[in-house]
Design a protein around this ligand. Structure first.
Ligand code: MSP
Length: 558
């Protein structure tokens, strides 16, 4: 059946579904977490947090986890003198720690070594096999051990060795390849070419950003066509994996095994109610290096098993460090745990989501992060809240109630008009950018509004108004309007910086149940309803300025 028929026959219940399934890739356990891994995870986390913010009561499943099979892991365990499972336990717990510390609010942490997953892989394998999409074949080709994949001629590059001999390497990863002959199960990938093309072009959200949609279409249209795919390896070569059902001489290809994690989490074959609720996934967040696996192999496997492919893939580019690829050998791997001791977890989240654009690589630099966090989180946001809560300007410690007439006096000023216009438009602007997962644009829009708020605050000189009882009402208006702006930005920033937003909303006493997008449907000035609430007693430093090294030294001397 072609996907066209497939799509027509299947009821698109998911279009109106309120239950949604978001995923991160599952991480290899052959190395400790770095900021690239964190980046994939926080994009997915911000996406699912946005869903829950936008749709009060949204039922969201959000999975992350670790990819634990394959010869790479087998080798890493040997090198570390430990058993593969012990090795996996150790590194997997680091990824769990990464998610927990950085508030990646997952509902499921999946490990491919768990029993449920093994059973799901077996079921899925049989579903594809029963539908006649596998065949056994002698297979030979160029194989990259490090990438665990066979490569076609067009994916190779020639390399001149130091001794003058020539060898082949993968054009994409640069890893060496060797000519390998073996007996494999093959998947009839070539049969799915047209269906894949149809799926990729179905709408502009299926593959985002557009650049990656073009890359996938180019892969489908390359000269030597779409080759059938080897989906098993001889057990003699790869023992650390899941045996092919009914043929223990073969191990399931690690990428097939890994991709099935999404089905395991969804309850496929185990829990029909959960599966119906969450399948197909709303969005798989992935990095550009794993686009082919998610954008060609995965939907084809799913179609072969008569399951719906994911609704969308969101593919991000990579982080380089001082414009170089991060790698252990270069010693430039940025450790998120270590960086968070200086920048905090929210600080690092903010930087990555604010500076990272999905369509091109971003460059990590400590100078840049320090500048952005100090100027945006400490000064523009944090300092504004501090000033509103300072005992000199706000001795009664309230989000003050005001009278309409007092508001009218101030609202006619140009700075007030600009601020009110900016706050009023902000939710819709953020909604559009959140829907496109363009977090940097959300941060940009929020900062623009906060700049307008800072300008308003400065221009109205509340420290002068505070000096005389006659201007108390005007002072209250300044505090009220600024705090109403902070309420809006606090609500909108929750998916990016959950802790900072929580502290902000707690401080200004916004009830837990009123921190949703719908709570920005109107502002006090549009409702003409200027009620007051007490501020909460708690520390109000949202983000402490990070001192430069010589500033720290000076501070210590004092
Ligand atoms: N195990 C596979 C994924 C299987 S999903 C069914 C894998 N693991 S990984 O640990 O190597 O990478 C996981 C994620 O981290 C990928 O999305 C990858 O793009 C991302 N990153 C790894 N290095 C990165 C950067 N330098 N920058 C940004 N993200 C990068 O692939």
């Amino acid at each position: 059946m072609s996907i066209r028929t497939f799509m027509c026959l299947r009821k698109y219940s998911s279009e109106t579904k309120t239950s949604k399934f978001f995923t991160t890739p599952i991480y290899y356990v052959n190395a400790n977490p770095h900021i690239g891994h964190l980046y994939s995870s926080i994009i997915a986390d911000a996406a699912q947090r946005w869903q829950r913010l936008y749709q009060k009561g949204a039922d969201v499943k959000f999975s992350t986890g670790t990819d634990e099979h394959g010869s790479k892991i087998q080798r890493a365990a040997n090198k570390n003198d430990t058993s593969p499972l012990e090795y996996c336990n150790r590194i997997s717990s680091q990824f769990q720690r990464l998610a927990n510390e950085f508030d990646v609010d997952y509902t499921d942490f999946i490990r491919t070594t768990c029993n449920e997953h093994k059973k799901t892989v077996e079921l899925f394998w049989k579903a594809i096999e029963n539908r006649g999409h596998f065949y056994l074949s002698g297979y030979e080709g160029w194989y990259s051990v490090q990438d665990e994949t066979f490569l076609s001629n067009s994916q190779l590059k020639q390399k001149q060795e130091n001794d003058g001999t020539e060898s082949y390497i993968s054009a994409e990863s640069g890893h060496p390849v060797e000519w390998t002959t073996e007996q494999n199960y093959m998947f009839k990938l070539s049969n799915f070419r047209n269906d894949l093309e149809y799926w990729i072009n179905r709408n502009e959200k299926v593959i985002r950003p557009k650049k990656f949609q073009r890359i996938l279409l180019d892969l489908l249209n390359q000269e030597d066509g779409l080759h059938d795919l080897s989906v098993s390896r001889p057990t003699s070569r790869v023992q650390w994996g899941i045996p092919v059902p009914g043929d223990p001489s073969q191990t399931v290809y690690v990428w097939l095994d890994a991709l099935v994690n999404y089905l395991t989490v969804s309850g496929y074959g185990r829990d029909e109610t959960t599966f119906q609720k969450y399948w197909p996934p709303e969005v798989h967040v992935i990095g550009k290096d794993i686009l082919k696996f998610h954008g060609i192999y995965w939907p084809a496997f799913l179609m072969a098993a008569n399951l719906e492919p994911p609704k969308s893939l969101f593919c991000h580019s990579h982080w380089t460090v001082d414009s170089e690829k991060m790698s252990k050998s270069k010693g430039n791997v940025v450790c998120p745990f270590e960086r968070a001791t200086t920048y905090t977890t929210d600080g690092l989240r903010y930087f990555l989501l604010r500076e990272g654009v999905a369509h091109s690589d971003g460059n990590y630099s400590d100078t840049k992060i320090l500048r952005i966090l100090n100027s945006e989180l400490a000064d523009t946001l944090g300092n504004l809240l501090n000033r509103c809560c300072s005992p000199t300007l706000n001795p009664r410690q309230t989000f003050p109630a005001i009278e309409s007439s007092a508001f009218d006096n101030v609202s006619s000023l140009e700075v007030t008009k600009k601020l009110i216009e900016s706050v009023t438009q902000l939710p819709e602007i953020c909604r559009i950018h959140y829907d496109d997962l363009n977090f940097y644009k959300v941060a940009d829009a929020v900062m623009e509004t906060l700049h307008a708020a800072n300008l308003f605050f400065e221009s109205l000189k509340p420290w002068v108004l505070a000096k005389s009882p006659e201007t108390q009402k005007d002072l209250d208006v300044v505090l009220h309007v600024t705090l109403e702006t902070l309420r809006a930005t606090g609500i909108l920033l929750q998916p990016l910086v959950p802790n900072i937003s929580k502290n902000l909303l707690d401080k200004i006493n916004v009830e837990e149940g009123r921190r949703y997008f719908t709570d920005l449907g109107s502002f006090s000035w549009t409702r003409n309803d200027f009620i007051g609430i007490p501020l909460r007693e708690q520390r109000d430093v949202l983000f402490r300025r990070i001192l430069l090294e010589d500033e720290t030294k000076k501070a210590k001397k004092l």
